[in-house]
Design a protein around this ligand. Structure first.
Ligand SMILES: NC(=O)c1ccc[n+]([C@@H]2O[C@H](COP(=O)([O-])OP(=O)(O)OC[C@H]3O[C@@H](n4cnc5c(N)ncnc54)[C@H](O)[C@@H]3O)[C@@H](O)[C@H]2O)c1
Length: 263
């Protein structure tokens, strides 16, 4: 256990699984007290159990980030139990690929509510606590699909592109009040949600990995390490950026890549 986040009261949405869980574990390892949020109570409690086993501090709080009242309660839990909120990590999200012309209006609304509206509500509720504190750090999870087009993810990409702008807007608007805001853009991660989807793709994992410059999928821990840095005081002059954590995918110009044989 280290102390890069010692005493920081942190909410991580969607931390009952995947990237959120890995981040909750890393934050706790670095000394943060984590409020583990998820819509699934069991997942959140399991994460809290893992943190407790490792000697860290965490509590579970079930809430649906698409419901503004539930998000307000989630943030109120931090002030009620701990008197402050230092880090709000708006991480929950997700999508299933679908062609644009086939997507129903209902499916579209669901994607926007989870991936954009929920991040806005989390940010807004956190700001109401952080402003009077005159300090705070807001993190958001976008996606490679929010930086450029990914086939069959148009609505998700729209929502995630909105998250990029929200992250920058908050940095510009609230920096003067001691609040930083940064966005993490994962590439393909081996988290449960993504692996389920990858299993449906021909060539699956191998096909993906040959197209990634570092030749591997990411792991939830890759995102967790980045989030720890951005939440720490080491990043006190870092605000308004989008950090791709994607093994170099977004560095490539989108033309067919003629690679030399592997070294
Ligand atoms: N896995 C990837 O490859 C990848 C790539 C790019 C971006 N992302 C983004 O990273 C974030 C985390 O994804 P993951 O891969 O860890 O997914 P995951 O499915 O493993 O975990 C997401 C968690 O969010 C929870 N959740 C879903 N809806 C919720 C709601 N309304 N309120 C609260 N919690 C809710 C789920 O129960 C789940 O525990 C998402 O925003 C996702 O869009 C993931």
């Amino acid at each position: 256990m280290s102390d890069r986040l010692a005493g920081k009261i942190t909410i991580i949405t969607g931390s009952g699984s995947g990237i959120g869980r890995a981040s909750a574990l890393r934050f706790a390892e670095e000394g943060a007290t984590v409020i583990v949020n998820d819509i699934e109570k069991g997942g959140a409690e399991e994460t809290v159990g893992l943190i407790a086993e490792a000697g860290g501090q965490a509590i579970a709080h079930q809430a649906d980030i698409t419901e503004p009242d539930q998000v307000e309660d989630l943030v109120a839990r931090a002030t009620r139990d701990y008197g402050r909120l230092d880090v709000m990590f708006n991480n929950a999200g997700g999508a299933r690929p679908e062609s644009t012309e086939e997507m129903t209006a209902e499916a579209y609304r669901t994607i926007m509510e989870l991936n954009l509206d929920g991040v806005f509500y989390g940010t807004q509720s956190a700001l109401r606590v952080m402003l009077p504190q005159k300090s705070g750090c807001i993190l958001m999870t976008t996606s490679g699909a929010g930086l450029g087009a990914v086939l069959h993810l148009a609505a998700y990409g729209m929502a995630k592109a909105g998250v990029v702008n929200l992250g920058k807007s908050i940095a510009a608007e609230y920096g003067q009040y001691g609040i930083r805001s940064n966005v993490i853009a994962p590439g393909p991660m081996g988290s449960p949600g993504f692996m389920d989807w990858l299993a449906t793709i021909e060539g699956g994992r191998e096909r993906f990995e040959t197209e990634i410059p570092v030749r591997r999928l990411g792991t939830p821990e890759d995102i967790a390490h980045t989030a720890v840095f951005l939440a720490s005081d080491e990043a006190s002059f870092v605000s308004g950026i989008v950090v791709p954590v994607d093994g170099g995918i977004s560095s490539q110009y989108p033309t067919p890549q003629f690679a030399l044989p592997d070294a």
